[in-house]
Design a protein around this ligand. Structure first.
Ligand code: NAD
Length: 277
């Protein structure tokens, strides 16, 4: 601290040595998030339903000399998978503790509302919303319970949970299921932020705009033309977001730099949803 009470290095994310879990780490944004945390010398537990892609992320981390990493094949909606993930990461990497959980896994199953099947509705709600609930709850013994002991001995630590919403939560045609799931993730974020604040656990979300990943690469070319035009007119540099653009925001929310923020949703969309009135 200096004499004005401001920490001398206010830009220190203070992530070194922290134990970090990332779901969806085989996907576009999840992989960028894993690489961003890895470069901060964290200890990483990375997981994805897609075994090949998460093991590729692991190899990429290793090739950068990032070695404190465990990878898992797991489904975020499966309680047993989530408990095994959190238990193993806490035991093998974290001395019984987890400091940051990043809920990145997610899916779309777009269709006009009048044609959307109940299966599409339930599948998207299950992965995006229930998956975030199941995975976050499995981390509680290694976050909330550990925090109680730290507070008892007068050494409280700051922990962080980051969820992923979307600008589609405002309502996007063809995405009734996805929009509902992401709006609900925002409500979930605010609710548990209030419950976990007494344990020094901040809970925030990022709401990305259109990001160039496999999720958006499946959009039909005709629709892509319209999306490109809108981006040219409205966004910074007239372009789509890249996974790194979102990873930087996630890293900020996972770090001590956002140490006085909880229950918030940060929009990262290059201006896409700004100025609609
Ligand atoms: N790409 C975008 O434009 C965009 C915009 C807003 C929000 N998001 C959100 O960002 C997150 C990451 O998306 P992305 O763009 O990287 O997509 P992506 O498809 O590249 O990655 C998603 C990853 O989640 C994994 N996954 C899916 N279901 C799973 C399950 N049940 N259990 C475990 N893993 C599972 C997939 O295997 C995949 O690797 C998602 O939550 C998505 O909704 C993306």
């Amino acid at each position: 601290m200096n004499i004005s009470g401001v920490t001398s290095n206010i830009f220190n994310p203070n992530l070194k040595g922290k134990t970090v879990v990332i779901t969806g780490a085989g996907g576009g944004i999840g992989r960028a998030v894993a690489l961003a945390y890895g470069q901060q010398e964290t200890r990483l537990g990375i997981t994805d339903k897609n075994k090949d892609s998460v093991s590729q992320t692991f190899e990429m981390l290793k090739s950068l000399g990032i070695n404190d990493v465990l990878w898992f094949e797991g489904d975020v909606t499966c309680k047993a998978d989530a408990e095994q993930l959190m238990g193993t990461v806490a035991e093998k990497l974290g001395d019984g503790s987890i400091e940051v959980v990043n809920n990145i896994a997610g899916i779309t199953a777009d269709a006009p509302f009048h044609k959307m099947t109940e299966e599409q509705w339930r599948r998207v709600l299950d992965v995006n919303l229930a998956g975030t609930f199941v995975t976050t709850q499995a981390a509680m013994p290694f976050m909330r319970e550990v925090a109680k002991n730290e507070q008892r001995i007068g050494l409280p630590k700051l922990r962080s949970i980051i969820n992923v919403s979307s600008v589609s939560s405002k309502g996007n045609a063809g995405q009734a299921n996805y929009a509902a799931s992401k709006a609900a993730v925002e409500g979930f974020t605010r609710a548990i932020a209030t419950e976990l604040a007494p344990f020094n656990i901040k809970v925030n979300a990022v709401a990305p705009g259109f990001v160039d990943t496999q999720m958006t690469q499946v959009i039909p070319e005709k629709a892509m033309g319209t999306i490109r035009e809108i981006h040219k007119k409205k966004t910074l540099c007239g372009k789509f977001g890249q996974p790194d653009d979102i990873a930087r925001v996630v890293l900020f929310l996972g770090s001590d730099l956002s140490g006085f923020m909880t229950g918030q949703v940060l929009v990262a969309d290059g201006g896409l949803t700004t100025g609609v009135l």
